[in-house]
Design a protein around this ligand. Structure first.
Ligand code: CMC
Length: 391
């Protein structure tokens, strides 16, 4: 009827119907395709969850084997990609590098651009799932001056990714089952979260029929920001800053509540969860377990726990329903695994990849129209052009 309503941040606007992820923010429920996040994090394997999210059902042994082999067959990248990785300065933030590399893959895989049939989609999907861990590993290794190697995809998706990241020249790679199982859990917990900022970006970019890799690259850029996926890096930097500042958590609580101070308690609050973030519950427990299993005593874990306790009992946080989110404890686990802080959001991107793909596929198969919000214009009315000499 021509009436436009404005909803800043789309707080109350639905953009699509979706059968992928169910989220009840009041009750703290998260389910992928009907399966609870608690059960999946405990029992499933990341690639199984990826298949579930993308294709709607848990795979049988045969289907998972084929999916795994198809991904494995794609787990090399064009040799020229090394030159692109090499051209980045070591100081480049890994999120900028990985979003560029993801977009660049389009140039090396032109058949992945115009994908209309389910078969074309499947081929593009296994390509990106195969190549992305290589890009993750190379992005990290480039910063550390390590050779850009391949792993062994028969090891399993998560294990192989970790091997590609950490394998040292002239040293055998020894799997640490505690680390691999924790990483598997973290990736599953991040795998989808319905219409969040990066996922909406992927869907809207893809709605113009831009290719899958280009749409994913847009999603990675959206994830980078500290209000979204970048929060995991920001949390760790905040905890570290508090530690270096003498561990005075009360001082930082006061800053977070001060409306004249732009500081926010990173890892707290969520657009949708107004009770608790079920992922944070699982991650907090996992952080305790991983640190104790690895025999690590990290002082910032105690700072995190103190901040959480103070916030849970503080009227400012209670009234605004601000609880620890998925990013609050994940960085502590990544750090225990030896992953550099600037790589944290890249790990988030790797976890979210199946969700972005699933949402993109659903949008394309559902033949959704191009995303194109409207606006209410509040600028100047018509005025005559003034030549530059008269301004
Ligand atoms: N510290 C202090 N105050 C906060 C915080 C925080 N972390 N989060 C929200 N508030 C206050 C905010 O100032 C506002 O107060 P008031 O009503 O007095 O103006 C009120 O709570 C509501 O906040 P909002 O910014 O309107 O809420 P939003 O839904 O637009 O934003 C959020 C949600 C996640 C961006 C925000 O809570 C935030 O910035 N949190 C810190 C960053 C973070 O941890 N992000 C990760 C989110 S979960 C994983 C992911 O998405 O990737």
């Amino acid at each position: 009827d021509g009436v436009i309503t404005i909803d800043p941040g789309y707080k109350n606007t639905g953009s699509c119907v979706s059968a992928i992820t169910f989220l009840d923010g009041e009750k703290g429920i998260l389910r992928y395709r009907g399966y609870s996040i608690e059960e999946l994090a405990e029992k499933a394997d990341f690639l199984e969850v990826a298949y579930l999210l993308i294709f709607g059902e848990l795979p049988t042994t045969e289907v998972l084997e084929k999916f795994t082999q198809d991904i494995c067959a794609q787990s090399i990248v064009d040799e020229d990609v090394r030159k692109i990785v090499d051209a980045f300065p070591k100081s480049a933030h890994p999120m900028g590098v990985i979003s560029s590399l993801t977009s660049a893959l389009t140039a090396f895989n032109p058949s992945s651009v115009n994908v209309d049939s389910e078969e074309d989609m499947y081929n593009a999907i296994v390509k990106i799932l195969g190549k992305f861990p290589v890009l993750v590993a190379w992005t990290m290794r480039k910063k550390q001056g390590l050779p850009l190697d391949y792993g062994d995809c028969n090891l399993g998706y998560v294990d192989n990714t970790f091997k590609m990241m950490f394998k040292q020249p002239n040293k055998d790679y020894v799997k640490n089952p505690i680390v691999i199982s924790a990483l598997n859990k973290l990736l599953i917990l991040h795998a989808d979260h319905e219409q969040n900022c990066s996922t909406s970006t992927v869907r809207i970019a893809g709605s113009s029929h831009a290719g899958l890799f280009a749409s994913l690259s847009a999603g990675i850029s959206a994830l980078w920001g500290p209000l979204h996926g970048g929060a995991n890096q920001a949390v760790l930097e905040m905890l570290e800053a508090i530690r270096l500042d003498g561990g005075d958590t009360k001082k930082y609580m006061a800053k977070a509540k001060d409306k004249n101070d732009p500081f926010r308690l990173m890892g707290f609050g969520h657009r949708v969860y107004k009770n608790f973030d079920p992922r944070a519950k699982i991650i907090k427990k996992a952080a305790d377990e991983v640190l104790s299993d690895l025999g690590i005593d990290d002082p910032i874990l105690n700072i995190a726990k103190a901040l959480e306790q103070e916030a849970l009992n503080d009227p400012y946080f209670v009234d605004r329903k601000l609880y620890p989110n998925v990013d609050f404890y994940s960085g502590i686990i990544y750090r225990a695994m030896g992953i550099p802080v600037e790589m944290f959001t890249v790990m988030f991107a790797m976890g979210r990849l199946p969700g972005w793909i699933a949402q993109w596929r659903e949008m394309r198969l559902g033949k959704e129209p191009i995303g194109r919000p409207r606006q209410i214009y509040v600028g100047e009315t018509l005025r005559p052009f003034t030549p530059i000499t008269e301004r």
